[in-house]
Ligand binder design. Structure first.
Ligand code: NAD
Length: 460
């Protein structure tokens, strides 16, 4: 019998980094059973003890940032400065969870009268499964792992096959910090291992990934009473009004479109620009993109990295070809670059419309379409012409107008004069095909618990 294994490749060079032993159905079942057995004792650890564990985890992330960032860069092709930003960016999220966990799940005493006392308790779900994406593995992994552990759950964590070494680092550091090994289990493998984990007795399925896989996850647990949370893709639109500082708006939005080589759920994917400033905006935008440094992801000044998954190159190529065939203009980029590794030029398309795939389907790469609009109403109509609803934004000097327009846009997060931004204090959620449920914010702690209603009549 051959043992299951997983090859870890470097997408910037195509080289094999290592081959890992992978899980199979039997090892997944054993890990799930061990997590189930270990969870009650972990839930019984007082909050101060769990917070102390997370303090040690936080300290280890900081102490080992060089190693962690290098691994992340090698297995995903993310430029090293961005990898460091990601590890550093995790720290305030951990701080938020540590500060807020106790208050978020404290018993709530909601009524006293006529001899009745009513209170709400928040109890851990039990064993939660976290199936994760690769593009920001520290963020999307720990948005679940940290609050789930703080609220007393055991976690089965299936990192993406494109970020498994990072998933193993996270698991190793949590164990070293004091989370019992059975309480925090890493499952190594592809989607098949995720599917095997979904077949186990679990109390919550928390997924970050594509809409197509999200539908499969929902179907897999549909017959069972498993709490389901899906954080899926987006086609995030931004609107630039005529009253902006055009250069500043173009620079901000070019960063929002190209940061992480456009491989972000909240990367800017569509931009609508008022006709009065459209041409100037495109000029500044293209100049900004032209100045973005592409190169060895291990070099500190590289900004554009590799495309993590090879098959995505075809998606990007097809979107460009479809747009050009339908009359779009290529302002810059548009091509797969020669290997080794998987690389695509930062690409800006103008003269686009919603008949083109690039304005309808998630690109998840360094491609953006810029469309001219004549009014606020046209911009809002186009922003809402999508099956997704993750983030959306408006650039304008007029705060009242921004608030008015953003209230009309269907998105879980809305931005005024900023984009591609996540805050630990605010819930992160999607509308439409961008998902159900949420992480982050106070609600993103309570989501790992279920409410228990206490009706208490005193005998006196
Ligand atoms: P993906 O859907 O290909 O894979 C996600 C995870 O699901 C991986 O761990 C994979 O192994 C697993 N998986 C695949 N098939 C499975 C199955 N049948 N059963 C169980 N598990 C299975 O997505 P990806 O390429 O890793 O991530 C990119 C996508 O994630 C994009 O669409 C992006 O927008 C989205 N994303 C969303 C958010 C958010 O917060 N909304 C954040 C990051 C990424």
């Amino acid at each position: 019998m051959t043992m299951a294994s997983l090859d870890i490749l470097n997408p910037a060079t195509g080289a094999l980094i290592t081959t890992l032993p992978a899980d199979d159905a039997a090892s997944v079942a054993a890990k799930a059973a061990a997590a189930r057995a270990a969870q009650p004792a972990w839930a019984a650890v007082p909050m101060a003890g769990k917070v102390a564990v997370m303090q040690r985890f936080r300290a280890a992330l900081l102490a080992q940032i060089d190693t962690l960032a290098r691994t992340l860069t090698e297995e995903t092709g993310k430029p090293i400065t961005l990898s460091r930003n990601e590890v550093n960016g995790l720290l305030p999220r951990i701080d938020f969870f540590m500060e807020q966990a106790e208050g978020a799940i404290r018993d709530e005493h909601v009524f006293d009268g006529g001899g009745m006392h009513e209170q709400i308790g928040h109890i851990p779900l039990g064993v939660v499964l976290n199936i994760s994406a690769w593009n920001y593995p520290y963020f999307v992994g720990c948005n679940v792992i940290v609050p789930a552990l703080l609220t007393g759950n055991a976690v089965l964590y299936k990192p993406s096959e494109y970020a498994t070494l990072t998933g193993l680092h996270i698991t190793r550091l949590l164990h070293a910090a004091g989370v019992p090994a059975d309480v925090m289990q890493c499952l190594v493998g592809t989607g098949e291992v995720g599917a095997a984990a979904l077949a186990q007795r679990i109390d919550g399925a928390f997924f970050t990934g594509s809409h197509a896989t999200g539908v499969k996850i929902a179907a897999a647990v549909a017959q069972r009473m498993v709490k389901l949370q899906l954080e899926l893709g987006g086609k995030d639109p931004m609107y630039v009004r005529a009253d902006v500082d055009v250069k500043a708006a173009a620079e901000s939005l070019a960063d929002g479109a190209m940061y992480n080589t456009g491989q972000g759920c909240c990367s800017v994917e569509r931009i609508y620009v008022h006709e009065a400033v459209h041409d100037a905006f495109v000029d500044h935008f293209v100049a900004t993109v032209r100045g973005m440094q592409r190169g060895d992801p291990l070099e500190a000044d590289s900004y554009i990295g590799a495309i993590t998954r090879a098959p995505q190159l075809q998606v990007l190529q097809a979107q460009v070809a479809d747009a050009l065939a339908k009359g779009a203009t290529l302002a810059i980029g548009g091509h797969v670059l020669p290997g080794p590794g998987h690389w695509f030029e930062p690409t800006v398309l103008t003269n686009v419309d919603h008949g083109m795939e690039v304005m309808r389907e998630e690109s998840f790469g360094p491609i953006v379409g810029i469309q001219k609009v004549g009014s606020d109403a046209e911009a809002v109509r186009l922003m809402n012409d999508t099956r997704y609803g993750l983030t959306a934004g408006v650039y304008t000097k007029d705060e009242a107008k921004a608030r008015e327009l953003l209230a009309l846009v269907n998105a879980g997060s809305v931005y005024w004069n900023c984009c591609d931004r996540v805050s630990p204090r605010l819930p992160w959620s999607g509308q439409g095909d961008s998902g159900v449920g949420l992480t982050l914010g106070r609600h993103g702690i309570q989501t790992f618990t279920r409410p228990k209603a206490w009706h208490l009549r005193s005998p006196g």
